[in-house]
Structures are given as C-alpha cells and as structure tokens.
Design a protein around this ligand. Structure first.
Ligand SMILES: C[S@@+](CC[C@H](N)C(=O)[O-])C[C@H]1O[C@@H](n2cnc3c(N)ncnc32)[C@H](O)[C@@H]1O
Length: 683
C-alpha cells in the first residue's frame, strides 16, 4: 500500500538534485505528506512535542513510524532520542536510509522492522534493552487503526513505558456505527480493522492500566484538512502525473477522496488521546480499588459501640445468613410462589411496574418447562451490548414450538454481518432444568443457560455452525471441552421489574419478569475482556394464539459512552407496542442514569405509548419522549413449529443506533438498541 511513497520520495529528491548524498531536515520536511503520513503534518508533531515535553535525552518510542518523518522531525526539533517500530520492511529500510543522510541524526533515531503487537518480544537497540520500562514516552500517529489486535499493542506499549511515562495517540474512532459502505471502505481501502467507539478505545487503554486519559475530538479539524487535501491534490494533477505517473495519481486521488468522504459522513471521526502510565503508589491504589469494587457490598456487619471498655461479643454473621434473616422483602422465589398479589404487582398492564426485589432477586421458580399444552408460553430472552460485540438469545417454549436462537454482530468485523450462532428446534432442556428449582438450567449441545438470579447468569454458546465457530475462533474465544470455541457470557441481573401483561387477571398468572439493568462480561474477545449492559425477559402463562409485537430495548448517554466502565451509567429504555389476541399491550419504561441505584423508573401510560416504523413514543412526566432507531444489522427467521403448519411466526431482530430525546428542545442522548418485531401465530 505504501510502496508508491518510497518511489515518490525518490522522484522528488531526484528532481531537486538530491537523489544521493547528504540531506537537511528541511529537505525532508519539504516532502510534506510523503514524509508525514498523518494529518496536519509537522504542526501535529509540534503539538506532540509540547504535550510530551520532549527534550534532549528523552526516550521516545514511535510505533508505526512509516517512512520516519515524525521520528526525524521530533528528534531534530527537540533533541530527543527515538526508536521507530514499523511493520513494513521497505518503509523501515527507507526510513533508516533517509535518516542516515541527515548529519548526526542516526545516532539518535533508529528504526526496527516489526509488529507493534509484539513489543514484548521485540529486540530493541542496546540502550533500550533489556526488556522493561525502556521509554519515557510513546507516540502513535494514525497507526492503531491498522492493528487487528489493538489490546496486544496497547499492552506492549504499557510494558515498555516507564512509570509515569506519557503518550499521545492519534487515531480514528467510530462516533456512530459506520454504514456498510463505510465499513467496507475502512476495511478494504484504509486497511483499518480496528476502528471502534471512543468508549471502547478508552476501556481498552484503561484495562491495560493507563490513567489520566483525555480524548480530544479531532473530527472537525481532520474533516476540513482531509477535504482540503483531496481538493488540492486533484488541483495538482498535471504536476503529480508528470512526477509520479498516472496510476499513482489516480489511486492517491481516490484514497484522499474516500478519506474526506468518511469524515464528512459524521460517523467516522478522529481522536487524540493523551494519557499516562501510573506511578507505583498510584498503580497500587488503582489495582486495590478495582479489586474491592468487584466485591459485593453486603448488609453492614453488626455494629456495637465499644465504649466503656465493653467486650465485642457479637460476631458478624455470614452474608448468606443475613440475606435469609433480614431481607425486608421476601426473595423473589418465595414471593412468586405466593402469587403476584404478595408483591404488589397489580393485575393490569396499565399499572406501573413494580421493582420486584431489587438487585437481590432470584429468578422465579415458575413451573419451567411444564409439559407443553395449548396456549402455554414459557419463554425467555437475553441480549447484551458488549462494546464491540452484540449478542441476542431467544428461547421459546410453547405447545407448538420449542426453539432456541442466538445471533451476534461483531463491530470490529462488520463484513461478517449479523451472524447466526444457534438456530435449533431440537428440544434441549436437561432434566435438571425441570421442576421448581430456584435456578434455571437449560442445556443442549449448543447452548447452556444457568440463570441463578441474584447469584448471576452464565450463558455458554457453542455454535455448531462453521461460520459462527470460525468467528469465535478469529476473535480468540477459547475452546471448551468439545474442542470448539465456547462463548461464555457472565452477567449480574441488576434490578428486577414485573407487571402483568394485557388480558391477564387471574392470580394464577405470573408477572412478566424484566431485567433491563444486567451488567455482563466476556473474559476475552479479540485479546481483551469485554463489559457491557444487557436485558432479559421471562414470561409464563396461557397466551392467545395470534400475537404481534414490536419491542425496543436501548442504552444511551450524553456522550454515547455506554460501558459499565464509563464514569456514569447510561439511561436504559425498554418499550413495546404489542397485541396478544384481542388485547393491546403497550409500555414505555425508562431507568434514568441517575436512578441506577434506586431503580426508580419513569413510565409512560399505555395510552400515550406507541411505535411507528423506527420510532417509539411515550410521555414521561408530561414530557414527550421519542426513541429513534436506525438499523445497523438485521437477523431474521421464520419460526415454523413442528413444520406441520400448526404455527408460523416471522421474527425479525435488529441491532440499531439509538437516539433518545425526552422533552422538546432537550439534546438527545445516543447509544444502541435492540429491536424485535414478531408477527404470527404462536401458541
Ligand atoms: C498512516 S501510517 C502512519 C505512519 C507514521 N506514524 C506517520 O505519521 O508518518 C501507518 C503506519 O503504521 C504501520 N503499521 C501498521 N500496522 C502496524 C503494526 N502492527 N506494527 C507496526 N507498524 C504498523 C504501517 O505500515 C504504516 O507505516
């Protein structure tokens, strides 16, 4: 991709009569974008020098150093020492060759050919060995987008950086999910498989250990700069063709136009991230905080004031004892057994949702997998937004249909599209899943669900489809006992809400159980752990034969950051416009960011709630609320029961961008949504 650059540099130098012999740094700076392969040329380098405080003697690692322009410029202007690591051997050689022609510069600027993702094992020049904290700073200018295993690159950079060392990264970031055409341009033309949201990027840096990070949005500046570059390059056509030939001109013009178009589209942006490796004491503090944050906060241990020399006799009780003896509300399992009146869930859909039992609820011991009979539904769904990965899972258990489906979308590999992981009609429930156990256990060859409510949910997907197994293998998902990759999602259930669906009035009916605030993790995906938010619903009862529903669940925040690692939690919305038989069933629920601890919802009355094609409407406290979705990926299937025509249901699932606005004139918050649209007979 870059070889034309070496040739072009030689063409220009030759024209200047400098094909061989000494060069000044000014000669090289004069090569412009042929020397500096990032945006804003040496102006950006000056800012890098200022941010890092480069000075004589500083040791700088320049990862993805290209033809060496930034390394030479920074060394020449600040007196620092630089090691450039460059993947492409010919560029690396050209960088060393050009540098050797500038008086005295080779002593301070060296280049190594290698993959930035292998920094740990890479042999460095003597002053930077043995392996350890060898550099005061690193810089990475428009490189990381090209590195498929970005977490490995970041991990190596962290390891090679000194305690308190600082860095500057300039890179692409997805402001919103790119369109399919943009995704193709990124992958095929720009060779950039690692363009993610800023939130994911910062999460990865944080996971590796970096602190003190600040991200500056470069998009407007880069959009203008790349548009001007594209225009000006075309304006020099005659000169460029004469110097470098028509084919180089055409391909550069095409590339520059494509980049300008990407930034103009508003979905692909640019970011400058600066940050630091923590000092030793600070590193300890961060590690300890993170460790303690993972421990559940139990009820406080027994307290006695030890004044007057009294002996402390009362030992704190075990957490398990406390939760049984002191719970102010019965565990959900027990309450559900009492019927919904016992926990205040009123009998109609018009009523407000009840928090069933906060985050400590257990999954209800509904008569899961009672023998199928006409009308019986005992169905379950989960979906998770896990940064670069989205996963949806659906279990239907009715008289005519027992099926399990799951699909995924990998934002880092948009070319793979929405990928079916599982689509099986094979009854797969283990005998252990039957009966009234508090925990739900389902298992077959492809899916295992262990849902223990407050004790957590573990979903294991072992797709038998070759394409799905290949995706998991590409993402580095470890193999399980079967030898095939097993994607394991672990989740905490968060708040649990329930209310009766339309047309259900009997005490024998059960509330639908909604868990919209699940926090989930996958231990490893493309070399890094993933974290995210999810939703689960379970409903059981005798339902009519003809049904239709449109359902949206989404998470959104002011800056689009929707990771559990973001400084504040997202707003969580879920809403349906549904018909069961003759009964209409609409709801619109919002768990605002500031109510994640209390669990208090904002709810729209059913008569104010409806959906149109890609918008859900509600009224929250007198304010109009609109949730607008835009499709990123779609997966659909026809559920066909036993194949004897006894039922047919069109089920469409979509992963979408979400824009949520509450109150006219208020700025919308943005994020992602899952949209389910089902129509047909199902009973
Ligand atoms: C857009 S250029 C930027 C070069 C340089 N930073 C500059 O600003 O002039 C991206 C460079 O990253 C290099 N690169 C891509 N993947 C790499 C990797 N895994 N390790 C090291 N270099 C890599 C490419 O070969 C290319 O030279």
């Amino acid at each position: 991709m870059y070889n034309w650059r070496i040739k072009s540099v030689h063409n220009v130098l030759e024209k200047k009569g400098k094909a061989a012999g000494p060069l000044s740094i000014e000669d090289l700076i004069g090569l412009g974008h042929l020397d500096q392969y990032h945006y804003l040329g040496t102006q950006a380098c000056d800012e890098v020098a200022e941010i890092l405080g480069l000075a004589p003697g500083s040791k700088l690692l320049d990862v993805g150093s290209g033809i060496g322009g930034p390394a030479r410029y920074l060394a020449a202007t600040t007196g620092c020492n630089v090691v450039g690591v460059e993947l492409q051997a010919d560029l690396c050689e050209a960088a060393a060759d050009l540098t050797s022609r500038v008086h005295d510069l080779s002593k301070r600027v060296q280049f190594i050919q290698g993959n930035g993702a292998d920094l740990r094992s890479m042999r460095m020049p003597a002053p930077y060995e043995p392996f350890g904290e060898n550099f005061d700073h690193f810089v990475s200018l428009l490189v990381n987008l090209h590195v498929p295993n970005r977490p490995a690159l970041l991990e190596g950079l962290f390891a090679r950086l000194k305690t308190d060392g600082t860095f500057v990264i300039e890179d692409f970031a997805a402001l919103r999910p790119p369109t399919a055409a943009e995704a193709a341009t990124l992958v095929d033309l720009v060779k950039a498989p690692s363009v993610t949201s800023l939130a994911t990027y910062l999460d990865e840096l944080k996971q590796v250990g970096f602190v003190d990070m600040e991200a500056k949005d470069m998009t407007p500046l880069w959009a203008d700069w790349t548009a001007a570059r594209s225009r000006e390059y075309v304006a020099t056509e005659a000169e460029a063709v004469a110097l470098h030939g028509r084919s180089t001109f055409e391909s550069r013009a095409h590339f520059y136009a494509a980049i300008a178009e990407l930034f103009a589209g508003g979905r692909v942006g640019g970011v400058r991230i600066t940050g630091r490796k923590p000092g030793r004491r600070e590193a300890h503090l961060h590690a300890a905080r993170a460790k303690l944050a993972k421990r559940p906060l139990g009820a406080p241990a027994a307290v006695r004031i030890l004044e007057n020399g009294a002996q402390f006799a009362q030992a704190p009780r075990a957490a398990s004892e406390r939760s049984q003896g002191e719970a102010s509300e019965p565990p959900l399992a027990a309450a559900a057994a009492l019927g919904c009146a016992a926990h205040g869930v009123t009998a109609t859909q018009a009523s407000a949702a009840q928090i069933l039992h906060g985050a400590s609820a257990a999954q209800p011991p509904l008569p899961w997998l009672a023998e199928p009979r006409p009308g019986l539904h005992d169905s379950l769904q989960y979906h998770f937004f896990l940064g670069p990965l989205f996963v949806a899972l659906r279990v239907f258990h009715t008289n005519s249909l027992q099926s399990t489906t799951a699909w995924a979308y990998d934002f880092t590999e948009p070319g793979s599209g929405p990928l079916e992981l599982v689509n099986t009609y094979v009854p797969h429930y283990s005998p252990a899943g039957r009966g009234a156990a508090a925990a739900l256990r389902l298992e077959n060859g492809e899916v295992a669900i262990a849902d223990s409510g407050a004790d957590g949910v573990v979903i294991t997907l072992r797709p038998s489809s070759k394409a799905a197994a290949a995706l998991l293998a590409r993402a580095g998902v470890p193999a399980g006992a079967s030898g095939a990759p097993e994607l394991v999602i672990e989740a905490a259930q968060g708040h649990v809400y329930g209310w009766m669906p339309a047309g259900f009035e009997s005490d024998a009916d059960r509330p639908v159980v909604h868990r919209p605030q699940m926090t989930a993790r996958v231990a490893r995906w493309r070399g890094a752990p993933l974290q995210g938010y999810g939703y689960s619903k379970r409903y059981h009862g005798i339902y009519p034969r003809h049904n239709s529903w449109r359902f949206i669940h989404g998470i959104a925040s002011a800056n689009g950051g929707v990771s559990p690692l973001a400084p504040s939690p997202p707003h969580i919305l879920w809403t349906a416009d549904a018909t069961f038989g003759d009964d209409k069933y609409n709801y619109f629920k919002l768990l605002p960011a500031e109510a994640h601890v209390s669990g208090a919802l904002r709810e729209s009355a059913c008569e104010d709630t409806y959906q149109q094609q890609d918008v859900a409407f509600g009224v929250l406290g007198g304010e109009r609320a609109e949730a607008r979705i835009r499709e990123i990926a779609r997966w659909h299937t026809i559920l066909g029961g036993r194949g004897d025509g006894s039922m047919e249901m069109k089920m469409e699932n979509r992963l979408c961008e979400l824009s949520l606005q509450v109150g006219e004139g208020e700025a919308p918050v943005t994020g992602y949504a899952y949209n389910e649209r089902c129509f047909g007979t199902l009973w």
